[in-house]
Design a protein around this ligand. Structure first.
Ligand code: ATP
Ligand code: MG
Length: 394
């Protein structure tokens, strides 16, 4: 038997004129995720229906869980538009699922898109509710806070589903364009990439390493983090930039308390170049206001001054607990906490500047004369396409 999933569009329902192109994008993305699986996607009246062969259920559900642009999905049954059939299916689906799990209260919810159906939505609910109660005397109806809901939709056929799984929400992959994620091996930047991915961005990522001060393992860890984020965004092109020479120059020339700031500014400059060369129209970082000295307003004003692209910092207003919560949920946390050194190891000033002056730091940055060094770093950048970590990969 085939499985039928009903997909609920989230924010997409708010899109006026662009809705068709958003839906087309969503469909393309879903198709790509179901490659190799016999399936069919139908779009009718603002609903997506996905049919897959039974053996493909796990792959399909994995795809739905990671698909940006849908708010939820449910396993559904399609029936003839007949109250007898609707009631039988409702009873069966409720008994197999929530009732077997010991759930006690429910409500029925109906939508009648086909107005020629003889009962209106309310009458359908009353009838289904009544029959379910009759068959299950231990249950009660709770319209405000039910343990489960039996949904009935009357369209070209009748669709029944009980319970619904939450999805990623947001906008379809790529509908906002492409961004360049500054990806360290830490906790924050993968989460930042994931969040912007859900705002409809495809991603490239740039990682700066300071080999031999940082290890090959650190780089491999970043690749795994990118592969986790790619589960939502689709494959990510990773630019791996050798940054040792730039850091050495900074260490030699700059005052100790400004080294981190200058390095961040240099990273932004390189990221800006790579972004523009690779069709990315924004930069993304995992910065959060006040988390460390280089993330105060004054610091971010300076470090962001080497790019004229918008810099998206989706975590700027969040605390670490919040970010860690997301990192655990998406599976990046375990990888992020592996103990390989980031490229900042070369310097961690004892008393970093908290409120740098833009003018003074810009002058200090110019004095570094990093131009040729950054050119060389860009020329020696290594590129890898990172594919989504497969279903069984975590
Ligand atoms: P994260 O957990 O993402 O590393 P963090 O809290 O450790 O963040 P910083 O190390 O100060 O903060 O880095 C701030 C941001 O700068 C990171 O979120 C990331 O976007 C970028 N960044 C830092 N180091 C690197 C690196 N080696 N390569 C690429 N981007 C980096
Ligand atoms: Mg870090």
């Amino acid at each position: 038997m085939d499985r039928l999933y009903l997909l609920k569009l989230g924010e997409l329902t708010l899109k006026g004129e662009n809705r068709d192109s958003f839906e087309a994008r969503l469909k393309r993305d879903l198709k790509r995720r179901l490659e190799g699986l016999v399936h069919r996607i139908d779009m009718r009246n603002g609903r997506f229906f996905l049919k897959v062969e039974e053996a493909g259920a796990a792959q399909a559900e994995f795809a739905l869980e990671h698909l940006p642009g849908i708010a939820g999905w449910a396993l559904a049954r399609a029936l003839p538009k007949d109250m007898g059939a609707i009631i039988t299916a409702s009873l069966e689906m409720a008994s197999l699922g929530p009732i077997a799990e010991g759930k006690k209260s429910f409500k029925a919810e109906a939508r009648r898109a086909d107005k020629s159906f003889p009962l209106n939505s309310q009458e359908i609910c009353i009838e289904v509710g009544h029959q379910v109660l009759e068959a299950n005397p231990g249950l009660r109806v709770d319209v405000h806070n039910p343990d489960f809901t039996i949904n009935i939709e009357i369209r070209e056929r009748a669709y029944i589903y009980v319970g619904e799984s939450k999805a990623s929400r947001g906008l379809p992959a790529g509908s906002s364009g492409k961004g360049m994620l500054l990806l360290s091996g830490g906790i924050d930047s993968p989460v930042a990439g994931y969040l912007m991915g859900l705002r409809g961005l495809f991603l490239d990522a740039v990682h700066f390493h300071a080999y031999p001060y940082t290890s090959k393992e650190a780089q491999e860890k970043v690749e795994r983090l990118a592969a986790i984020v790619a589960r939502w965004t689709g494959s990510i092109r990773l630019h791996i930039v050798p940054f040792t020479e730039a850091q050495m120059r900074i260490k030699e020339v700059a005052r100790e308390n400004e080294t981190t700031l200058l390095m961040r500014a240099a990273m932004m400059e390189v990221a800006d170049r790579l972004a523009k060369d690779n069709g990315c129209a924004c930069l993304i970082t995992g910065e959060s206001l006040g988390q460390v000295a280089s993330q105060t307003m004054e610091s971010m004003r300076f470090t962001g001054s080497t790019t004229d692209l918008p810099v998206f910092r989706p975590l700027v207003g969040q605390d670490k607990e919040y970010t860690m919560g997301i990192a655990r949920r998406i599976g990046s946390y375990r990888v992020s906490i592996e103990p390989f050194e980031d490229c900042c190891v070369l310097f961690s000033p004892k008393h970093p500047l908290l409120r740098p002056s833009l003018q003074i730091e810009r002058e200090a940055y110019r004095a570094l004369e990093l131009g040729p060094i950054l050119e060389k770093a860009i020329a020696q950048t290594e590129r890898k396409r990172i594919y989504p970590l497969p279903m069984e990969g975590l």
